[in-house]
Each structure stands twice: as structure tokens, then as C-alpha cells.
Design a protein around this ligand. Structure first.
Ligand code: TPP
Ligand code: MG
Length: 728
């Protein structure tokens, strides 16, 4: 049956906007009714407490089936939301697949029992795993469309390379594919909706936005979310769009609108937005009761618009089917839904042992020594030559340059990272290349479709990166300051870090986010000097790296770029151009594995576990401790915070029996709390003194240098703690 559906769909997609045949109309009705039948079956199961959540497409079927039939599964790309059952069915997801997710079965193809029902995913059909977060998926669709365009302009970039993530990231593209991005009318209030329209419009991307306007966001009516009550009116001035506002209860109107939209996109004219007015016939979900906030008159008026009842009446009135024939079909579909439910209820459940699979890549382990050898190849004239010593900023720029030469799938974008968006200016000017100049010269060497400025919108940067990466590309994006990463936090936590886990390994987004962080700037103040790394080490699925010197920054960034996991790469601004930690250029293959700490000073009396800008400060303190107090301190630079090198910590603590964990970030709930707790737990017998922590005061970093000095840990703070701890 699936084969028949897709054959019919292909015929429909290619026949432009001709009147659908009688057979086609029956097929549309069949899909709409099947969607409702599966919803009703799930509702029964929920009432019997055999499934745990239910959310229906009732009232949205006509709009969704029309959209699906205008597009091509496995060719175009789909970013649905949780109400898109009829869309998913029409694309080829089976009722059995849906019910496997409802019961949380091991074989649930969308998530292996990890996500709620109706959170669709299928690699074969190009349905990208969706979250419950409203509107995040729209930016993924934009990035996906950008990646498709990129591959069609750089087809050689699709080549696989066994030396890195590309070995595991298949690429397929056609040059005229479109991305469908679905959203409810309430969710158009999210900033990410507007951020997605921005880039789709500016870049004329082949994205079709489908706004499913049922007039309610749970209990909140449309006029509360949308000024004036009509999203079409608000978006009408975005350039390059094809717009259609339609009766979403009419599947033929929907099919036509999406055919027009797809033709506009495939011709390269820009994106489209189809706004369908539909009805929400049931409550928001089975956890909601719309009788609490909707009048009876209103609910009865919606019921009269039921697209299934209307389509049935139309088929009979047009003499396409008799009532008896339709009764027979409906009975068969209800039977199909019931049969699928029965089978799903007997499907094996996921094992508890499987819980931690697919948090990170199972294919490529960035802690593997073979993956990253840490063997520098200093050129003869560079080694030992002081003049050749490069800053951290230089060696990060060198790494980006080398990797971009080696891997054409890398794109770099962010705020102000380009040399000049107006390329003509580059004949007269040097170029910007980032507010810290880390990306200087990259646009000039690699061109504007590989290095470019983003709009001033952090969620846009990370959300698009997810879309790029799920197509097999490697976005290396910059967030201008750590202090401004927060608008992207939703994308980082709910999308980037957990895409792989929630889709049970089907999708992933191995993005690199380079982020300048930290204080000691003298005048950086509250919004240019914060730390906060432990907020990100608390996210499973994300790697967090924090180098303290030029060589480590170069080698760790290479591993970050070549690996198959998303990486937060924290670059301490104060260390960018410091004399401390400069190094010769280590060659284009120098890479440091994640999770390997470095002993930057050997010592016998006390272990100091630290990273980032506290490394040079700890070295200063250790020298004084030796000179003034005869205390011999061992310093471990963790280099990567997630994963971190527990073996190195344990070995050192077993040797010295005393330990301080020191970081620049605030003390309470900070990174050191976790390390200290684990030391207390697992190395209790090896300790001769309590575990000590050093961190900033529990406040923000102030502007006046006197205050900044007092707020952030200084070498004396560390020295005092060393001396104090040695007294035990
Ligand atoms: C970012 C975010 N905020 C809040 C929610 C909770 N929530 C789930 S659905 C929903 C209403 C969405 O309404 P609309 O976009 O109109 O879609 P509909 O459910 O009506 O199809 C809300 C508030 C969420 N899932 N994500
Ligand atoms: Mg709604």
C-alpha cells in the first residue's frame, strides 16, 4: 500500500496544479481518514492506560495531506511539528510505526521509546527528528536548505573521508529539493520563527513554511499571539516569498497552494509561506480539556468545518464514491489502525542497558589516541625560534585555515566573522575577520559562500548550524561573546546536544561553536567577562573544550572539527595574545585527543586541578609556593571539561594526597563542585586534607578594575589556599 501511495504522490507532484483525478481525491480522503482513525485508536489506548500521552491531528488532516502530496519524501526535507500525523502518514510513516512510538517500543523507528508519540523521524523519508520545543525546527529547515544549495554548488564536498566525521555522514542532494517547515500559529510568536524568515528571505532559500492556524495555542487564542489576528498580514513584506492564505479544511486548495509554493522554491525564486486556516477538533492534547476555555457555540462551529466530513460529502456529491463504498473503506481503515495497535502492544520494550547509547557518537571517539596523535611537526625554522612563536589567536586562525583547505564541508559564520560582507570593499580595506580577528582572511581565501556574516541573532546561528550538520556539513560557528550565548541556549540544549539521543542515533549535529569567554580584561565588565562553563558541561551530548595555550588550542580545535559530536570550544579572550603559552606552528595534522589532561608542572606535595586562564595564574602561585614555602605543587590542566581526564586527577591525588580545584567561574554550583565531590567520593582514603575549591565570588564581573580583581581569583588567592591546605 505504501508503494501505491508514493506512486500516486509522484504523479500528483509532477502534474502541476491540474484538478486531481477522482482516484486521487479518494486517496486524499483515505489518508485523511486513516490519520483520524489512528488518533482515535490512540485515544482509546490512552484511556485504557496502555499508552502515556496522546496528541491528535484532528482538524488538520486536509492541510497536511495537501502539503505532503505536493512534495517528495526521501528527496525533499521535512521538519514537522507534533501535530503532523496526516503529513507523516502521507509521506510514508505507517500506523504501526506511529503506534510503536505511542507504546514506547524498542523498535519505535523515530526514537526507540525516548520521545512522546507524534515526534516523527525517518531518515529514509527525510523526516528530521522533531522536539517538543515550538519553532526551533524552522531554523533547522533553513540550515538544511542552505546545505542543499551548498552541495549543489560544491558537489566535490560530498566526498567521504575515512579520517574524520565524514566517514559516517552520508550526503545526498539534488539541487532543486525544498525543505518543509511546519508550525502552529501560536508558535509564530517565537523569535526563531522571525529569525528563520529573515535568513530564508535574505538568501532566497527553498523553504516552505506551513503555518497551521487552528486559532489556539493550548488555551490562548490567536489574537493574543498575533497582533491583528492574522499572521499572513504581518509577514507580507518579507522579500522573495511566495505567499498563500488558504482554507486549510480543503485538501485540494492545500495541494494547489503547496504545488505553487514548491514550484517557486524549486525555481530558485525564494521561500514560501502557506498559511492554512484549520480547526482543532479535539483539545490541545489528551491532557487538556477545551471545554474549560472555549464556548460551546465556538466548538460546535468548528465541528461543522471538520475536513473529513466535508471531503466525504464532496466525494458523494460529485458521484466519485457512494456512501456505502466509503463506509467500507472507513471500516477497513479503522481495522488497520486497530491491528497496528494490537501488534504494537506486543512489541518488545527498550532495555535499561540501552539508555546511554547515542548520547555521543558511537562511531568516532574523540578521546581515541589514534584519532588524535598529538605529534607536532614543527618546521625546522619554527622550532626553538622565538620570533616564530605564535599566539593562541594565530594558531586558532591557522587551524581554521588548514581545516578549511582540507575539508570543503566546513563553513564558518557568525556575527562579524567575514572580512567584509560587501565584497567590493576588499579591494581597498583589510577586512574585519571577527571582533577578535580570529577568522581574519578566511573569507578572502575561501569565498563568501564558505565564510559569511550571520544576522545578529544567536539562535539563528546555532539553529541553522543544526540544519547544516544534519545534512553532513561541518559548520564552525562563532558566538561573539560567551555573555551573549543565551539566546542560543534553547537550540544548544534542546536541539544540538540531544538530537542524536532523542532520535536513537538516526540524526546528529556535530557542530563546532567557538566562543570567546572569560575576564581579567580590565574593563570588560558584566557583559564581556563572564564565565559559565559548568552550565554546558551539565548537558549530555555536548563536548566542552577549554584550552590554556596556543598549541593546545590548535590541536584541540582540530579534533573538535574532525570529530562527530557537537563541541563548545571556549577560547579565553585574555589568553588570545598573551606571551604565556605561545608556540610554533605545529603543522596541519596536529591534533590532541579529548579527555587528556596535561601535567604542566610536576610536584609532590599538592595537586592543583585547573584550566583556562587560571593555568598561568596557578603556575605563578606554584613558583611562589616553592620559593617562599618549599611546597611542591603539581598542576593539571584539564584542557577538555567534558569529557575530563579522571585518571590523571586520580593518579595525581593518589601521589600528593592533597588537592585544590581552581577555576575562574563562580564558586557555587561551579565546575569544581563536581570534581571535588567525585574526589571526595572515590579517593577519600587517599586524602590527607579536605578537598579545597577556588572560584570567583558568587557575583558578576564588575567594570572597575579594583572590583574585578577582588571578584576573580588571583595568583595570591591560589597561593593562600596552597599554604593553608599544606598545614593539614
Ligand atoms: C518553547 C516552548 N514553549 C512552550 C511549550 C508548551 N506548548 C506546547 S504546544 C503549545 C501551544 C502551541 O500552539 P500552536 O503553535 O498554535 O500549535 P497547535 O498546538 O495549536 O497546533 C505550547 C505553549 C513548548 N512545547 N515549547
Ligand atoms: Mg494553534
Amino acid at each position: 500500500m505504501e508503494g501505491a501511495i508514493s506512486r500516486a504522490r509522484r504523479a500528483e507532484a509532477s502534474s502541476a496544479s491540474d484538478e486531481p483525478s477522482a482516484q486521487r481525491l479518494v486517496e486524499i480522503y483515505r489518508l485523511m481518514f486513516l490519520s483520524r482513525a489512528v488518533d482515535d485508536r490512540e485515544i482509546l489506548l490512552k484511556r485504557q492506560q496502555k499508552i502515556f500521552f496522546q496528541l491528535s491531528a484532528a482538524g488538520h488532516e486536509a492541510l497536511q495531506v495537501g502539503a505532503a502530496l505536493a512534495l517528495r519524501p526521501g528527496y525533499d526535507w521535512f521538519f514537522p511539528y507534533y501535530r503532523d500525523r496526516a503529513l507523516a502518514l502521507a509521506l510514508g510513516v505507517t500506523p504501526y510505526d506511529m503506534l510503536l512510538q505511542a507504546v514506547g517500543a524498542a523498535d519505535d523507528p523515530a526514537s526507540g521509546g525516548r520521545q512522546m508519540p507524534t515526534h516523527w523521524s525517518s531518515r529514509a523519508l527525510h523526516i528530521v527528528s522533531s522536539s517538543s520545543s515550538t519553532a526551533t525546527q524552522l531554523l533547522h529547515a533553513v540550515g538544511c536548505a542552505e546545505a542543499g544549495r551548498y552541495f549543489s554548488r560544491h558537489p566535490e564536498a560530498a566526498v567521504k573521508d575515512p579520517g574524520d566525521y565524514r566517514e559516517f555522514r552520508d550526503v545526498d542532494f539534488h539541487g532543486d529539493e525544498v525543505a518543509l517547515a511546519c508550525v502552529g500559529e501560536g508558535s509564530t510568536s517565537q523569535g526563531e520563527f522571525w529569525e528563520a524568515l529573515n535568513t530564508a528571505s535574505n538568501q532566497k532559500l527553498p523553504v516552505i513554511f506551513m503555518v497551521e492556524d487552528n486559532g489556539y495555542a493550548i488555551s490562548t487564542p490567536v489574537e493574543v499571539n498575533t497582533p491583528g489576528g492574522n499572521i499572513s498580514r504581518l509577514v507580507a513584506n518579507f522579500p522573495n516569498f511566495y505567499f498563500a492564505e488558504i482554507d486549510g479544511n480543503d485538501p485540494v486548495a492545500s495541494l494547489r497552494a503547496f504545488q505553487q509554493a514548491a514550484a517557486h522554491c524549486r525555481a530558485g525564486r525564494g521561500p514560501a509561506l502557506v498559511h492554512g486556516h484549520c480547526v482543532r477538533l479535539y483539545s490541545h492534547s489528551l491532557s487538556d480539556d477545551d471545554k474549560l476555555y472555549r464556548s460551546t457555540t465556538e466548538r460546535e462551529a468548528d465541528a461543522l468545518c471538520d475536513p473529513i466530513a466535508r471531503m466525504r460529502a464532496r466525494l458523494i456529491a460529485d458521484g466519485i464514491q457512494t456512501a456505502a463504498e466509503l463506509d467500507g473503506m472507513e471500516h477497513g481503515l479503522q481495522h488497520e489502525a486497530a491491528g497496528a495497535a494490537e501488534r504494537a502492544l506486543h512489541a518488545p520494550l527498550p532495555t535499561v542497558e540501552s539508555i546511554t547509547t547515542h548520547v555521543y557518537s558511537e562511531d568516532l571517539d574523540p578521546t581515541r589516541v589514534a584519532f588524535a596523535t598529538e605529534q607536532p611537526e614543527f618546521a625546522a625554522e619554527e622550532s626553538g625560534n622565538k620570533a616564530a612563536a605564535h599566539t593562541m589567536a594565530d594558531l586558532i586562525n591557522h587551524c581554521l585555515t588548514d581545516e578549511m583547505r582540507r575539508d570543503e564541508r566546513i563553513v564558518i559564520y557568525g556575527e562579524d566573522v567575514a572580512d567584509a560582507s560587501r565584497e567590493g570593499a576588499l579591494n581597498e580595506v583589510k577586512g574585519k575577520g571577527g571582533v577578535f580577528k580570529l577568522t581574519a582572511g578566511l573569507q578572502t581565501e575561501f569565498g563568501s559562500d564558505r565564510v559569511f556574516n550571520s544576522p545578529l541573532a544567536e539562535a539563528n546561528i546555532v539553529g541553522r548550524a543544526v540544519g547544516y550538520a544534519l545534512r553532513g556539513m561541518k559548520p564552525v560557528v562563532e558566538i561573539q561573546f560567551f555573555d551573549y550565548i543565551w539566546p542560543a541556549m534553547h537550540q544548544i540544549r534542546n536541539e544540538l546536544a540531544l538530537l542524536r539521543w532523542r532520535s536513537n542515533g538516526t540524526w546528529c549535529a556535530p557542530v563546532v561553536m567557538r566562543v570567546p569567554i572569560g575576564g581579567y580584561l580590565t574593563g570588560g565588565s558584566i557583559y564581556h567577562s563572564q564565565s559559565g562553563e559548568s552550565i554546558f558541561t551539565h548537558l549530555p551530548g555536548l563536548r566542552v573544550v577549554f584550552p590554556s595555550n596556543a598549541l593546545d588550542a590548535n590541536g584541540l580545535l582540530r579534533t573538535a572539527i574532525r570529530c562527530d559530536d557537537p563541541v563548545l570550544f571556549l577560547e579565553h579572550k585574555r589568553l588570545y595574545r598573551e606571551t604565556h603559552g605561545r608556540a610554533a606552528y605545529p603543522g596541519p595534522e596536529f591534533a590532541i585527543p579529548f579527555g587528556k589532561a596535561k601535567i604542566v608542572r610536576e610536584g609532590a606535595h599538592l595537586t592543583l586541578v585547573t584550566y583556562g586562564a587560571l593555568v598561568p595564574r596557578a603556575l605563578q602561585a606554584a613558583q611562589q609556593a616553592e620559593r617562599l614555602h618549599g611546597i611542591d605543587v603539581e598542576i593539571l590542566d584539564l584542557r577538555t571539561l567534558s569529557p575530563y581526564d579522571w585518571e590523571a586527577i586520580a593518579t595525581s591525588v593518589r601521589k600528593t594526597n592533597r588537592v585544590i580545584v581552581a577555576h575562574e567561574d563562580m564558586l557555587s554550583w561551579g565546575y569544581g563542585a563536581e570534581i571535588a565531590a567525585r574526589i571526595g567520593d572515590e579517593l577519600f582514603d587517599d586524602l590527607d586534607a579536605p578537598v579545597r575549591r577556588i572560584g570567583a565570588m558568587d557575583t558578576f564581573v564588575a567594570y572597575q578594575p579594583k572590583l574585578e580583581d577582588a571578584i576573580l581569583p588571583q595568583p595570591e588567592t591560589i597561593l593562600n589556599a596552597i599554604v593553608d591546605l599544606k598545614r593539614y
